[in-house]
Write a protein that binds this ligand. Structure first.
Ligand code: EPZ
Length: 423
């Protein structure tokens, strides 16, 4: 297994480009099931999760190829069209559950394994099933699989809010089913995340009738068939945000190219409150941070609120900021697995129910660490970049799920990072 060895203490400086958004690309790939023609996707990052989704789609009878010259991903339905999404694939990547809606809508039937357990806490799929049932699908859960079927879905009004607000992949799943339903569908309390907007725009290119994109109420006018289409996936706001936080933590000066200002408002405000200068430079977002940042309180919320996927990296930055910060998790109350590892590096963070109290500033020092999920691993890298001495971050496969060429990109910003093989 690979590990990253980071020797900290250098200010990050320079320019870096954000890759395509993993969490936009995954459901957009699933949308290929709905298409009658080929789907060509640009700006799809080369990541483990994308390869897993490709494997799942091939299992379902979709041809998936990465064109060598252009780097585009080309997807095309083929015969035989299968409908079983097996546990062996689903246990490694929850986003695979997004094939449920397209399979039932286009092929009339689906057998999709419930996703595996997750290190960031309880992640139910009840809202996905509620939406599918509202559209008239018969949905049963048996032997760890969801069995969905319907001859033709029919439009319906539904409320997709749960105890923690809207659902990102739930909205994507149900939206992909509603576009082929007979009649009008209203999805209320729909997720507004840029990744859901990107999917909706792609579906419109395929011929879907969707209004209200980016708002919490999506109106869908069902159509009989959808064509293939070409689409460029949006840049990854979480990857971009991770670079901005890492730059700020090291007192650096970094411009992230491709970062979309409007997708990063909540982070921009947090960084400014912490004392950094943040500028919108057309196609880039630039952060310039002082040697010492100030503490800030932050609460994660659905978009346009502060993203839970940047919470861990923010905790790492605030560990070295001056004062006490309170981080409250309103999406995944148990998503604090990074706290113990950050504390091993010298941070003083106390978990208090669904919140973490960060006492800064602390001098972090390098240590062998490992994390249980993607963003927690990213937080350890941010901490390692600030820490004195050498940090070995094990289980790099978590990072490889969501960050394309992370060590090369960090190196270009002046970080001392290398990948090693660990036995
Ligand atoms: C997406 O997961 C992302 N994954 C996650 O990113 C991200 O953390 C999350 O949205 C929140 O922004 C992908 O897009 C592939 P949700 P998703 O359904 O869709 C509750 C990463 O690191 N809920 O929006 O699975 C749920 O428990 C990953 O890249 C229900 O109650 O998240 C949570 O509290 C990790 N019932 C809240 O809603 C449901 O049926 C939001 O979850 C579904 C969700």
């Amino acid at each position: 297994m690979d590990a990253l060895v980071v020797t900290g203490g250098r200010r990050l400086k320079g320019r870096v480009r954000a890759s395509g958004a993993k969490n936009a690309a995954l459901p957009i790939m699933a949308a290929a099931i709905l298409a009658d023609g080929p789907v060509r996707l640009k700006n799809v990052p080369n990541l483990a999760d994308i390869r897993t989704m490709s494997r799942l789609l091939r299992e379902l009878g979709v041809r998936v190829e990465r064109e060598e010259k252009s780097g585009d991903l080309v997807l095309q339905n083929e015969r035989p069209a299968r409908v079983v999404a097996p546990y062996s694939i689903m246990r490694t990547m929850r986003a695979g559950f997004c094939v449920l809606g397209p399979l039932v809508a286009r092929r009339g039937r689906a057998e999709v394994s419930l996703p595996g357990g997750c290190a960031i806490g309880d992640r139910p799929v009840d809202l996905h099933l509620k939406g599918m049932r509202a559209l008239g699908a018969k949905v049963e859960v048996k032997h760890g699989y969801v069995f969905g079927s319907c001859r033709r879905l029919r439009g319906a009004e539904m409320y997709l809010g749960g105890p923690f607000g809207s659902t990102v992949t739930g909205t994507a799943n149900v939206l992909m089913a509603a576009v082929l339903a007979r009649g009008t569908t209203v999805i209320d309390c729909a997720a507004c995340e840029p990744e859901v907007q990107d999917l909706a725009r792609m579906l419109v290119k395929m011929g879907a009738g969707i209004r209200g994109i980016g708002s919490p109420r999506l109106l869908v006018e069902g159509v009989d068939r959808l064509s293939g289409a070409e689409h460029a996936v949006i840049p990854d706001r979480i990857e971009a945000g991770t670079f901005l936080l890492a730059a700020a933590a090291t007192g650096g000066d970094v411009a992230v190219e491709g970062a979309r200002w409007n997708d990063l408002f909540a982070l921009v405000h947090l960084l400014r409150e912490a004392g950094a200068e943040v500028e919108h430079l057309g196609d880039a977002v630039r952060v310039r941070a002082p040697r010492r940042l100030r503490s800030v309180d932050v609460t994660t919320l659905p978009f346009p609120g502060f993203p839970t996927d940047l919470q861990a990296q923010t905790a790492a930055m605030l560990a070295v900021a001056d004062g006490i910060s309170v981080i409250t998790e309103k999406i995944y109350p148990d998503r604090f697995m990074h706290v113990a590892e950050l504390n091993r590096m010298g941070a003083a963070i106390r978990k208090e129910g669904p919140a973490a109290v960060v006492h800064g500033p602390r001098r972090l020092s390098g240590a062998p660490v490992m994390a249980s999920d993607l963003r927690a691993s990213a937080a350890l890298v941010v901490a390692a970049l600030v820490a004195e001495g050498r940090t070995t971050v094990s289980r790099v496969y978590h990072l490889d799920r969501g960050y394309e060429r992370l060590e090369q990109k960090l190196k270009r910003l002046g970080a001392r990072v290398r990948r090693i093989k660990e036995s």
